[in-house]
Design a binder for this molecule. Sequence first.
Ligand SMILES: [Zn+2]
Length: 138
Amino acid sequence: MDVKIKTEVIEKIIEESKKHDKLEFGGWVIVDNEEIVDVVFDIKSQSYGDVILDCKEILKLDKSVRDKCAGWFHRHPICGLSGTDINTMNQLTEFWGRCYTLVLQGNGDISLHVTDKEEGLIHESWITPEFIDEYKNG
Ligand SMILES: [Zn+2]
């Protein structure tokens, strides 16, 4: 299966990353028709080693948008997925049935991992910083 990420979402993540120095940050991912259409930053606490998401910002949105929330985003300093990431991904996959995990990696890549309760990992893609530039410039 193929999953697209809207250019605006990539731009929003890059812009937001400038506000957090090297701290982890994150939020919720809105999915429409196998496309990542928005990311809603929602942080309860953050440090250089982890981030805990809140539900404040997502609850401010219309129910029609909230209903399309099917994933989470965070930036971390490593490259790949930590044990905590995999646990979180598994819990959210259990909760939603299908979970879209979007990560801004320590090397600047953006990775997307889609997991399904029945089928396991069904999609994984990596966008490199060079490609992100092209992505932004069209
Ligand atoms: Zn992580």
